[in-house]
Design a protein around this ligand. Structure first.
Ligand code: AMP
Length: 214
């Protein structure tokens, strides 16, 4: 099962992607996580990506597409995967489609987690992330067991630079300009399914499972 998660930054698609990956035993592939891991490890790719991420801009397609195609070519992705944060532009979607078509393969479903901008801005200011293992929390909706500390690895949680209010506004603009057109793109292919992302995490997940098991 090859799944794409669509939705504005902060719509909760990352949390849902992790839950899907766990339930179906497929890898969760997040380009944002790959970039953050590179930043943490001080790689050249990380240094380059950070310049864009800190401003809420997209990392250029030339950098992004290659890391994604390398990742999905790995053995653990052969039975499927859930893509979180990729594609984010029509050219990225086209490159992915072309690569899959060459392998006589295709994306099965694109799940759009729909949340209005006002809710997003409110949600993102409460988001906290562990820079060590990539886990994300929300001070109201998904709090860690101990305030400010990651449940998984015990490291301190932070408000990511790209979750700060000025950056969130930029990210939403970028989303509407560059990523939202993917909704029509996948609708045109007949594989778009939309869920109401304003409901609780578990209700959204139940709606997604229903779609995936239809
Ligand atoms: P995310 O964790 O998916 O919200 O991604 C965080 C940041 O990483 C984004 O705001 C972008 O700067 C960058 N990024 C992640 N995925 C992509 C992508 N597919 N294309 C371009 N930039 C991306």
């Amino acid at each position: 099962m090859k799944i794409i998660m669509l939705g504005a930054p902060g719509a909760g698609k990352g949390t849902q992607a992790i839950m899907i990956a766990e339930k179906y035993g497929i890898p969760h592939v997040s380009t944002g996580d790959i970039f953050r891991a590179n930043i943490k490890n001080g790689t050249e790719l990380g240094r380059e990506a950070k310049k864009y991420m800190d401003q809420g801009l997209l990392v250029p397609d030339e950098l992004t597409v290659k890391i994604l195609l390398d990742r999905v070519a790995k053995e653990d992705c052969q039975k499927g995967y859930v893509l979180d944060g990729f594609p984010r532009t029509i050219p990225q979607a086209e490159v992915l489609d072309k690569a899959l078509t060459e392998m006589e393969d295709a994306i099965d479903v694109a799940v759009n987690v729909d949340v209005p901008d006002e809710n997003i801005i409110r949600r993102m200011s409460g988001r906290r992330a562990c820079l060590s293992c990539g886990a994300t929390y929300h001070i109201e909706h998904v709090p860690p067991k101990t305030e400010g500390i990651c449940d998984h690895c015990g490291q301190p949680l932070v408000l990511r630079d790209d979750d700060k209010p000025e950056t969130v506004k930029n990210r939403l603009k970028v989303y509407h300009d560059q990523t939202q057109p993917l909704i029509d793109y996948y609708a045109g292919k007949g594989i778009l399914r939309t869920v109401d992302g304003t409901r609780s995490m578990n209700d959204v997940f139940a709606a997604i499972v229903e779609i995936l098991e239809k």
